[in-house]
Design a binder for this molecule. Sequence first.
Ligand code: GSH
Length: 264
Amino acid sequence: MAVLLRGGSAAATATAAGPSALLATTFRRAHGRLMPRASRPRRFCVARASAQSLEVCAKESTTVPGRLGDCPFTQRVLMTIEEKHLPYDLKLVDLANKPDWLFEINPEGKVPIVKLEDKWIADSDVITQTLEEKYPEPPLATPPDKGSVYWVENISTFIGFLKSKDPSDGTEEALLNELSSLDSYLKDNGPFINGGTISAADLSLGPKLYHMEVALGHYKNWSVPDSLSHVKTYMKSIFSMDSFIKTRGLPEDVIAGWRPKVMG
Ligand SMILES: N[C@@H](CCC(=O)N[C@@H](CS)C(=O)NCC(=O)O)C(=O)O
């Protein structure tokens, strides 16, 4: 697979080869501008695929083949890697047509999966914790008392409201209650979960709030009320981070991804 990340958006081209075959032809993701694939001399491309790059298996877009998809767990991992300024190679996986090698490296057949020191690691919780241990600078760990705040990991009420067909079933109210708690928390402790600096909890929550915004905007014509100003400012801050913009899925992919849940 070859990866091309330019400017603020992520795009990638991929071969159907397995993970080890991919490494030899992968452009190393580095900070700064990358030249278009066609204009790169081949020997240069191979030379840049160093053993130090992290390999990241990520969901492929369902609307634009060869582009990074809309998985919030993968985005969390990629934002962590970006914030730690680590080089990486993306391997896009068509989750509707999973290759055999995916199950070899993760029997659950899920992404994200990251290769660290020749070992494949699955699950965004495990991956981000391992990255923090191996690459402690800059530190991103959220102190346990703040990171364990219940809404940080879930925004579970968003899915209930998204799936709801009955406007009076209380699912919107449940989401608003959850967001109100977050708003109060951010008002007293913000602007981020750990105060003035971005930390792991924000990198987990931000992509989920993006899914909430895009999916509820599309399917319910709903947005976070202006009264929850701290949540709105929080979302704006995270959504404008370079690491977020570079790793986010297209709104079309987010919408397509939630369609079965909405229709089901
Ligand atoms: N707990 C996992 C969840 C990962 C996950 O559910 N990934 C989705 C894509 S967003 C996936 O791979 N789905 C494929 C499937 O369930 O078959 C994590 O945090 O990494």
